[in-house]
Design a protein around this ligand. Structure first.
Ligand code: NAP
Length: 487
C-alpha cells in the first residue's frame, strides 16, 4: 500500500504525482526509509480547495440519506481493508499491529456512527411574540473544511473530522502529519472505493508550516479542524488572516487521582494502560498520578511491576506486543529530558528508565515504560506534556489538595479518578476542571459522547452529536404568515 501512494496527492478524485519536494517517511522501529511523499505546492493546495468548493455545491444539497449511505460504504470499505491499512500504520507510526488494526476498526465505527447522525440533522421551531410568525432554526453545513492532524492516531484523528464533516454536508481537504501520511492516503483510497463524488475528500501531504499553513490562510477554507500541540493550535488561531470557524483539539498533562478507597489492582492496571499505551503518545495519556498517602507504597509497587511486565517489540514482528517504537526521535528525546529533570530534582526511578537492550532495538526509537515516584510540581513531568512513556507519582494527604494539584495546569482535556467511595467520586468529578473525567476506567473518549478540552487544551468537540455540530451553521428563518384568502 505504501509504495502505491508514494509521492501521490488525492485531489478531485484523482491520484496525482505531486510536483513539490520529496520528503522521506521512515519506519520508526528500524530507521529504514519506507517511501517518499511529495510536499504539495501552493498551486496544488489551491487545486484541492477549489475541488472541495466545487464539490460542496452538490454534496451539501444531496439528500442526507445519500450522504449516510456513502459513509456506510466508506465504513465497510475500511473494515474490509483493516489488515492492510493497519500494516501501513504500524510501518510508519510504530504501534503494534493489533493496536493499529483496532484503530482502523474504530475509524470504521466512526464512519457508521456519523452515517447514522447524517439523517438526524434536525432544526427547531421557536415561539414568537405573535402567533402569525414562525421562527425556524435550521442547520446548514459550514462549507470547506481544512483538517490538520498529528501522527499519534493517524486514522482516528483524520476519521473523526472527515466523518462528522461529510455527514454535516461539508467537504474536506486533509493535511496529515508528515510522519504518518500513508494512513491518510490509504483512507483516501477507501473514499474512492466507496464511490464518493470527486472533490468531497482531498488529501494533500507535506509539512505543517507550509502545506498546513496554506490551508489556514486559504480564503476558500471556511473552517480549520486541527488536532495537535497547543503551541501550533495557538499559532493557527493567531495566523488566520480571515474569520474562520476553528476547532482545536490540543495537548494536555493529564492527572490521575487514586484515593484511599480505590481498588489498587484496578487502579494500577488502568494507570499502566493509559500512561503507556501507544508509548504515552496520547493527548489523554496519564502523565502524573496523585495517590493517597496510606496506600501510596502499595500502589507504586503494583504500578512499577505492571510497567516492567509490558512487552516492547517491533510491532510488525510482534503484533500482540503491548508497546512498539515511538514515532520519532523528538518525543523520545523529550521523554529522556523530562526523566533527567525529575531525577535531578529528587524523584526516584521505580521502573524503566532506559532503552531496552538487544539488536532488535538498536536502530529504532524504543524506550522502556518508566515510572518515577516522589515527584513534586517543580518537575517537568508533573507540569508539561511529556508525550512519551513516562509517568510521575506524588503523594497527597487530603482530597482538596489532590484537586488543587490536579487542576494546577494550563490544560484541561482529560483527568482520571480511581475511588470506590461514592462521596469521593462525586466530590472529585465535579471539581476537576477538565472536559473529560473518567472514573474507575481509563477510556475518557467514546464515540457517542462529546470529547473536547478546556483552557489551553482547545476549543470545540469531536465525537457524538456535538462533534457534528462543529460542522454546522445555524440559520434563523423568520416567516410571517397572513390569514389565507377565502377562509
Ligand atoms: P503538532 O506539531 O502541533 O502538529 C500537528 C499537525 O499540525 C501536523 O500535521 C503538523 O504538520 C501541523 N502543523 C505544524 N505547524 C503548522 C502550521 N504552522 N500551520 C498548520 N499546520 C501546522 O503536533 P504533533 O507533534 O503532530 O502531535 C502531538 C500533539 O498533538 C500533542 O500535543 C498532543 O497532545 C496533541 N493531540 C491532541 C489530541 C486531542 O484530541 N486533543 C489528540 C492527539 C494529539 P507536520 O507535523 O507534518 O509538520
Amino acid at each position: 500500500m505504501i509504495t502505491e501512494f508514494a509521492e501521490k496527492l488525492f485531489i478531485d478524485g484523482i491520484w496525482r504525482t505531486g510536483e513539490g519536494a520529496r520528503i522521506p517517511v521512515e519506519n520508526p522501529a528500524t530507521g529504514e526509509v519506507l517511501a517518499h511523499i511529495a510536499a504539495a505546492t501552493p498551486a496544488e493546495v489551491d487545486l484541492a480547495v477549489t475541488a472541495a468548493r466545487k464539490a460542496f455545491k452538490s454534496w451539501s444539497r444531496l439528500a442526507p440519506v445519500e450522504r449516510s449511505k456513502a459513509l456506510h460504504r466508506l465504513g465497510d470499505a475500511v473494515s474490509a481493508e483493516a489488515d492492510t491499512m493497519a500494516r501501513t500504520m504500524t510501518l510508519e507510526q510504530g504501534k503494534p499491529l493489533n493496536e493499529a488494526r483496532g484503530e482502523i476498526l474504530k475509524l470504521a465505527e466512526a464512519c457508521h456512527f456519523y452515517a447514522e447522525e447524517a439523517v438526524r440533522i434536525h432544526g427547531e421551531i421557536v415561539p414568537n411574540t405573535t402567533t402569525d410568525i414562525d421562527s425556524l432554526v435550521v442547520r446548514e453545513p459550514i462549507g470547506v473544511v481544512g483538517a490538520i492532524t498529528p501522527w499519534n492516531y493517524p486514522a482516528e484523528l483524520v476519521g473523526w473530522k472527515l466523518c462528522a464533516a461529510l455527514a454535516a454536508g461539508c467537504t474536506i481537504v486533509i493535511k496529515p502529519a508528515e510522519l504518518t501520511p500513508f494512513t491518510a492516503l490509504a483512507i483516501a483510497s477507501m473514499v474512492e472505493k466507496a464511490k464518493m463524488p470527486a472533490g468531497v475528500v482531498n488529501v494533500v501531504t507535506g509539512s505543517g508550516s507550509t502545506v498546513g499553513q496554506a490551508l489556514v490562510e486559504h480564503p476558500g477554507v471556511d473552517k480549520i479542524a486541527f488536532t495537535g500541540s497547543s503551541a501550533v493550535g495557538l499559532h493557527i488561531q493567531r495566523s488566520c488572516p480571515t474569520i474562520k470557524r476553528l476547532s482545536l483539539e490540543l495537548g494536555c498533562n493529564c492527572p490521575l487521582i487514586v484515593t484511599a478507597s480505590a481498588d489498587l489492582d484496578a487502579a494500577a492496571k488502568g494507570a499502566v494502560r493509559r500512561s503507556f499505551r501507544n508509548m504515552g503518545q496520547i493527548c489523554i495519556a496519564i502523565n502524573r498520578i496523585y495517590v493517597a498517602r496510606p496506600i501510596a507504597e502499595a500502589f507504586v509497587r503494583r504500578l512499577a511491576e505492571a510497567a516492567d511486565r509490558l512487552v516492547i517489540a517491533n510491532g510488525i514482528e510482534r503484533p500482540d506486543a503491548d508497546v512498539g517504537a515511538m514515532a520519532s526521535a523528538e518525543p523520545l528525546n523529550k521523554t529522556k529530558a523530562h526523566l533527567a529533570d525529575a531525577l535531578a530534582k529528587g524523584a526516584k526511578l521505580v521502573a524503566g528508565g532506559s532503552a531496552p537492550e538487544g539488536d532488535a532495538f538498536a536502530r529504532g526509537h524504543f524506550f522502556r515504560p518508566t515510572v518515577v515516584a516522589g515527584c513534586t510540581h517543580d518537575m517537568k513531568v508533573m507540569t508539561e506534556e511529556t508525550f512519551g512513556p513516562l509517568v510521575g507519582v506524588m503523594v497527597f494527604d487530603g482530597l482538596d489538595e489532590a484537586v488543587e494539584l490536579a487542576n494546577d495546569t494550563p490544560y484541561g482535556l482529560a483527568s482520571y479518578v480511581y475511588a470506590k467511595d461514592m462521596d469521593e467520586i462525586r466530590y472529585l468529578s465535579s471539581r476537576l476542571d477538565y472536559g473529560n473525567v473518567a472514573v474507575n476506567n481509563v477510556d475518557a473518549g467514546i464515540m457517542n459522547a462529546p470529547y473536547g478540552g478546556r483552557k489551553q487544551s482547545g476549543v470545540g468537540y469531536e465525537h457524538g452529536r456535538e462533534g457534528m455540530l462543529e460542522y454546522l451553521n445555524f440559520k434563523h428563518v423568520r416567516i410571517r404568515y397572513d390569514e389565507p384568502k377565502g377562509r
